[in-house]
Design a binder for this molecule. Sequence first.
Ligand code: B12
Length: 362
Amino acid sequence: MIDMNPQPAASREPGQTEPDHPEPGERAPDLGWPVGVVSERLAIAAPTLRSWDRRHGIGPSLRTRGNHRRYTELDIRRVLLMSRLTAQGVPAQSAADSVLAMDSGAIAERLDGDRGSAAPAEGDGLGRVPGEPGEPGVGGARAGEVEGSEQDATDLVEAIVGAARALDPRTMALLYRQVMRRRDVGRAWVEVFAPALRRVGDLWEEGRLGVQSEHLTSELLQSELRAVVRANRLRVAGLPVVLASADDEQHHLPLLALEAELACHGVASLFLGPRVPSDALVSALRESQPRAVFLWASLARPQAEPFWRDLEIIDWPLEVVIGGPGWPDGIAAPEGPVTVTRAADFGAAVTALVPRPGASVG
Ligand code: B12
């Protein structure tokens, strides 16, 4: 969390001087805060602070006699607002222009209004980054951390869509981490990632955003979700659940979200990914003999396809869980020990795939 009010700083007039190097851990000198302290306090990399100063005029208004930068509290608030605006997809120069046009009252008002939709932390100095090893069930908020609010989720969706339109991978990655710091994988997917993807898809359909933005959004999300899987790899055990997208189906982000969530539950997956030919899937099932397989389809599938008939050779109890808007109604399970159920949402799929007595799908 960003501490907005640690110790008061500037109580002298601009131009007054003080020793250049305060002792480590010492209170800020009266003149203001050095760049390293501001960097640590706001979790913004020092080179970024220097660049905002040099290029956009968002920096320290004071200098020591030795020409070292010193930030006043107002300078720090300007930086904080700059970081929020850029995180929301506002180009740096426009963000700087807005910030510099505001007086201290307007800045304070804006920052107060933004509370609860805090800017993403820069660097990895703040809180958990998905993929950090050593925590059980890594992939969600730490105990004691404030959970993301509904407003926060709406702002994050908008900010992610803004970063997609601006083709800004850095901001997008920071936003994804911000989402994952405050939520477990399931909530992150349902509250932020899926709504952001749907918005991106709608904008693409309306011709208001290029497919390159869609690619960027999904590529970076894949790395974030995979980081959760990596961090939990040593915990997973047991027979894997097979995760695959239907034949010719390129969409597979829901599989990645499921793999991450299952990993947090200690459930192993055999992740086959997008466009798995039906015959290859059936072979994989025969070789691995899983208790369950999850199949995703975003694009419309035919009512009858050979896959369902091919399942007749399965001779152990296999639960086939289908998800996604592409599956038609009324898919019938073949004769034998295979059951077919439809998961209407992410939670239903998790319930069906995590072994728990009496689990059912919606
Ligand atoms: C990212 C994306 C891509 C990426 C895929 C990257 C990847 N690795 O997955 C790329 C750029 C490659 C791509 C390609 C294409 N895409 Co595309 N894509 C999307 C996008 C933005 C997100 C896909 C996604 O993950 N959706 C999953 C969730 C977020 O959305 P949902 O399915 O609507 O969710 C519903 C339920 O499924 C449920 N739900 C949500 N999450 C979960 C999770 C689980 C586990 C469960 C069970 C349920 C569930 O809740 C929702 C209902 O309330 C969608 C937009 C969209 N609305 O989905 C378009 C979208 C799916 N794509 C679309 C199209 C047309 C294509 C292309 C055909 C474009 C083209 N001409 O090349 C190709 C597909 C080629 C192919 N053979 O598959 C259309 C499909 C329209 C249709 N129904 O036919 C969509 C809907 C965009 C649009 N609005 O028009 N795409």
